[in-house]
Design a protein around this ligand. Structure first.
Ligand SMILES: C[S@@+](CC[C@H](N)C(=O)[O-])C[C@H]1O[C@@H](n2cnc3c(N)ncnc32)[C@H](O)[C@@H]1O
Length: 197
């Protein structure tokens, strides 16, 4: 992926195509009820949750990603995460894995959207940049051997920055994990959730 600031990022395509493994457990172990995986890619997390007996649905705008989900038996809808989605307001957990907090290039907008999909008491599970202070937004193009895709709005957020952005939206960070892959769990503060701005 080539970002508008010139940074080149190697995408974890092999991980996306494989089965859930390793640090994915941090996300999977926190899912105790119905899960919506935003930007699910080929659906490894959706498939792993289903194997654990947890109802999970992937959402992805890409036809290729949706086809790969279906090939592995993962439930998926081909939608934009900002469009109409099934069971809005009734999901126990919403996943933004593998840098997907970057979708749309405006993390506050995406967090508001994701929080509005949750049932009362639900959690957002977000993969953050390993650098807690990372904060970038711009556009990015995915380059493949077949050429470059369209520039898409994208963002990068570390855990400290996410805590700050989330607090401004009435979301409380209740757990984090730091490492080469870093994660955060967010709860909607009572009295502030459920409405998209
Ligand atoms: C970084 S990949 C994530 C891979 C996936 N989470 C996984 O673990 O395999 C980003 C995914 O988000 C999807 N995506 C990007 N913008 C989207 C949007 N606005 N609505 C739905 N899906 C989107 C892309 O098609 C891509 O599959």
């Amino acid at each position: 992926m080539l970002r508008s600031d010139g940074a080149e990022i190697a995408l974890a395509v092999q991980r996306w195509r494989g089965d859930a493994a390793g640090d994915d457990a941090w996300l999977l172990d926190r899912c105790t009820g119905p899960v919506l995986d935003l930007g699910c890619g080929p659906g490894r997390l959706v498939a792993a949750l289903a194997r654990r007996g947890i109802r999970a649905l992937g959402v992805d705008a890409s036809a290729a990603a949706v086809a790969q989900c279906r090939a592995r038996g993962a439930a998926v809808v081909r939608r934009d995460v900002f469009g109409a989605l099934p069971a809005a307001g009734r999901w126990q957990h919403v996943l933004l894995a593998d840098g997907n907090i970057g979708i749309g290039g405006d993390p506050a907008r995406l967090l508001r959207r994701a929080a509005a999909l949750l049932a009362p008491g639900g959690t957002l599970l977000v993969e953050t940049d390993p650098d807690p202070g990372a904060r970038w937004s711009g556009t990015a193009r995915v380059h493949t051997p077949d050429g470059a895709g369209m520039p898409l709005p994208w963002a990068v957020v570390g855990a400290a920055v996410l805590r700050e952005v989330a607090a401004g939206l009435g979301l409380r960070m209740s757990a984090t994990a730091a490492g080469p892959r870093s994660f955060a769990e967010l709860h909607v503060e009572p009295g502030t959730g459920g409405e998209e701005v």
